[in-house]
Each structure stands twice: as structure tokens, then as C-alpha cells.
Design a protein around this ligand. Structure first.
Ligand SMILES: NC(=O)c1ccc[n+]([C@@H]2O[C@H](COP(=O)([O-])OP(=O)(O)OC[C@H]3O[C@@H](n4cnc5c(N)ncnc54)[C@H](OP(=O)(O)O)[C@@H]3O)[C@@H](O)[C@H]2O)c1
Length: 360
């Protein structure tokens, strides 16, 4: 019987005793996170035997979220992740993920009944901020999150941020302590989101960290894909095209940093997660085009990078110039980058690519 899994047995936790699972949680959710056999013997099982320390909730199963979820599942974790549309949910389920519909824009949503908040031992937040609002999840659900998570098993909370918070530093090398001045609206929103998640973690008494990511690339999202698609660059891409330095990071190295942080949790640390080589975007595209031409000669048109949009470029030419340091990630988390430069990253991506031109 569904309700037979809903137990009022006091269960030892960080806060002494809690009542789990809550009566309003759906039975299918409970079965997913707690097999019936485990639920029946709550009182006698210890935390280890229930494997309670490896349940990840990913808020935002986007590019990084999906890549990380794959890796965690391979390592034996139970993973649930959110997305904002039914179409994406179906797609994620077809990929084998446990997908949950959640959009902070949905005002009528009962977040607590949708997300396995009490059951998650780890939570990764990958939802981008909104200018003028800050973090859209915290903006609408902060109190509910706090009241539900405090009754749960959360041990580790991580917010994915961006190196864009440093703004334009005139090409200087910047570490996590670099002063943040003259912030744009989007940088202000990002910082407010960082503060919000750090505050929530502190108030819950759990390990909490922020990862400031450089430009993310990986299989399916890289200069190689842009060149193969022969797309014209967007206005945003053309702006970045003019930069002397762009910090970036391969998604596999983001996952390395996240796993390292799970093994070495902090109480509020901020880490830059970037590679060692903040090379100009133009250099990266030239290298990517060479790789594609070498692997599939005669398929790439010359002039993939358009020379129009000059006026946009001129206006934004110095936006975001900085070189981001990653020493803290290396020294404190012990991360050894799989792809210290874009060259190694793009090389590994193209090596695992099937020919994209045959079906055209
Ligand atoms: N792309 C970069 O180069 C870069 C660089 C630095 C930092 N970042 C930041 O790092 C994080 C991860 O990056 P990513 O490239 O993996 O992001 P992504 O692919 O855009 O994924 C973002 C996720 O957040 C979800 N989401 C967006 N708005 C939401 C809302 N209002 N309520 C609930 N969920 C919402 C999206 O839902 P759907 O799946 O339904 O779309 C998606 O799952 C993001 O915060 C991103 O801004 C990105």
C-alpha cells in the first residue's frame, strides 16, 4: 500500500531526530529514493546502509548538469534533475535521467511537492540569474527551500556561477579575491545569486561552495560545432571575438572540480574553475577550423567567421578583459586539469566525433 512507506519513525540526523519521509511526498518519489525494504526498517538501519550519502539533486539539467549527472550515475549515485519544459523532460527521460519539471517562472508551483528536497544529500544549482531579480529560484522559493532542506539530509550545496562577475579588469590576472567594481546589471544579479546560495548553505549548516566558471565547452558545444554547423556568429559571439583573453573550461574539468569539492567540502569557499590558457577566441576558432579541415578535408567553407558586425565590435571591444587564475582550485581541491588548454580539449572532442557531414 502506498502509505505504508510513509513512516513517522524518528530518524537520526544532523539535527538530532527528524520525521521522514514526509506524508505529502508522492509514493513514487519515495520508492525512487528509498526502496520499500529500506523504508520499512528505518529505525534499525544506519545511514551508511541506506546509502543516504549519495543522492544528488541538480537544479537545472542543462549542459553541465547533464554531463555531471551522467558521471555521477556511473559512479553509483542516485540523481534527479530539473528542467523547465515537458519536451525537455521527455528528452531527459529518454536519456535515462530522472527528470523533474521545475521553472521558477511558474508562480503557482508547489516546489516542495515536486522536488525531493528532504532526500537530497547533495544539491547543485545551475539555474542562471536574472538581471534585476538575482537568483530566480531564491527570489520565489527561498523560505520554502530553507524550511524543507533543514529537515532533510543535505550535506553539500554548490552554486554554479560565472567569471563574468569580475567584469572588465583591463586584462589583469584575477583571483577569487579580486575587487569587484563597476558591476553590470548581470554581474550584480550573479553576485546576488552567489550570496543568496552561500547564505542559505550557512543557515542550514551544510557545506556550501560557489564555482565561478569560465566559458564552458565540451562535446556538442564547442568552436568545432560552430564551425561544422557553418553558423554565422551571433552578436554576442562577435563581441567576444574581439577579446584578447577569454577564460574557458572543458565540462569534464568542471565535473572534476565538483567531485573534488564533494570530497573536500568547504564552508563558503569560492573557486574559479577555468583552464590555464585564456587564449583569444579567434585563436581558438582558427585551431578548431584546422582540426576540422584535417579530419574532414573539403567540407569547410572559407570565411566561417564573418567580418561584418564591425560596429557592434567597436562598441564592446574592451568588455570583460581579464585572465582568470585557477590556483585555488588546484591547490585546495587538488584538481589536475584534464584539459589545461583549449587545444587538448578540442583535440579530445574531435577524436570522439563521428563524421557530421555524411547526412547533409
Ligand atoms: N555557458 C557558459 O559558457 C557559462 C559560463 C559561465 C557560467 N555559466 C553558468 O553556469 C551554469 C551552468 O551553465 P550551462 O551552460 O550548463 O547552463 P544551461 O545549459 O543554460 O542550463 C541552465 C539550466 O537552468 C534551467 N533554468 C533556466 N532558467 C530557469 C528557471 N527560471 N527556473 C528553473 N530552471 C531554469 C534550464 O532549464 P531547461 O533545461 O529547461 O532549459 C537548464 O536546465 C549557468 O548558471 C550558466 O549561466 C555558463
Amino acid at each position: 500500500m502506498e502509505t505504508s512507506y510513509i513512516s513517522a519513525t524518528p530518524f537520526p540526523c544532523r539535527f538530532g531526530f527528524r520525521i521522514l519521509p514526509r506524508a505529502s511526498a508522492s509514493a513514487s518519489l519515495l520508492r525512487r529514493w528509498y526502496p520499500p525494504s529500506s523504508l520499512r526498517c528505518f529505525a534499525s538501519c544506519d545511514q551508511q546502509s541506506l546509502n543516504m550519502d549519495r543522492k544528488m539533486l541538480i537544479m537545472g539539467m542543462g549542459f553541465v548538469g547533464q554531463f555531471f549527472a551522467h558521471q555521477l550515475e556511473q559512479d553509483g549515485w542516485e540523481v534527479s534533475g530539473t528542467c523547465t519544459s515537458a519536451t525537455k523532460k521527455k528528452k531527459l527521460e529518454e536519456m535515462g535521467f530522472d527528470a523533474l519539471l521545475f521553472s521558477s517562472d511558474d508562480h503557482d508551483l508547489d516546489l516542495g511537492s515536486i522536488l525531493p528536497l528532504e532526500y537530497a544529500t547533495h544539491m547543485l544549482v545551475s539555474v542562471p540569474p536574472v538581471a534585476g531579480l538575482g537568483d530566480p529560484v531564491l527570489y520565489r522559493h527561498q523560505h520554502l527551500l530553507q524550511s524543507r532542506l533543514i529537515c532533510g539530509n543535505l550535506q553539500w550545496l554548490c552554486y554554479l556561477s560565472s567569471t563574468s562577475v569580475y567584469g572588465d579588469c583591463g586584462g589583469a590576472w584575477v583571483n577569487e579575491d579580486y575587487p569587484l567594481n563597476n558591476l553590470t546589471e548581470s554581474a550584480k544579479a550573479r553576485l546576488a545569486a552567489e550570496d543568496g546560495w552561500l547564505d542559505l548553505g550557512h543557515s542550514l549548516g551544510v557545506s556550501v561552495q560557489v564555482m565561478r566558471l569560465g566559458g564552458i565547452y565540451g562535446p556538442g558545444r564547442s568552436a568545432l560545432d560552430t564551425i561544422i554547423k557553418q553558423d554565422s556568429l551571433t552578436a554576442g559571439q562577435r563581441m567576444r571575438e574581439t577579446r584578447k583573453y577569454t577564460s574557458r573550461v572543458h565540462v569534464a574539468d568542471i565535473c572534476q572540480a565538483l567531485k573534488a569539492s564533494i570530497n573536500k567540502p568547504s564552508l563558503g569557499k569560492i573557486y574559479n574553475v577555468v583552464d590555464d590558457d585564456p587564449a583569444p577566441r579567434e585563436e581558438v576558432f582558427t585551431f578548431a577550423r584546422t582540426l576540422v579541415q584535417e579530419k574532414w578535408p573539403d567540407h569547410i567553407k572559407q570565411g566561417t567567421l564573418p567580418d561584418d558586425g564591425e560596429s557592434v565590435i567597436q562598441k564592446k571591444i574592451t568588455r570583460g578583459e581579464k585572465r582568470v587564475r585557477n590556483d585555488r582550485m588546484k591547490n585546495e581541491l587538488g584538481v589536475r586539469l584534464l584539459h589545461p588548454t583549449y587545444k587538448s580539449g578540442l583535440q579530445s572532442i574531435i577524436e570522439s566525433m563521428d563524421c557530421p557531414f555524411e547526412s547533409r
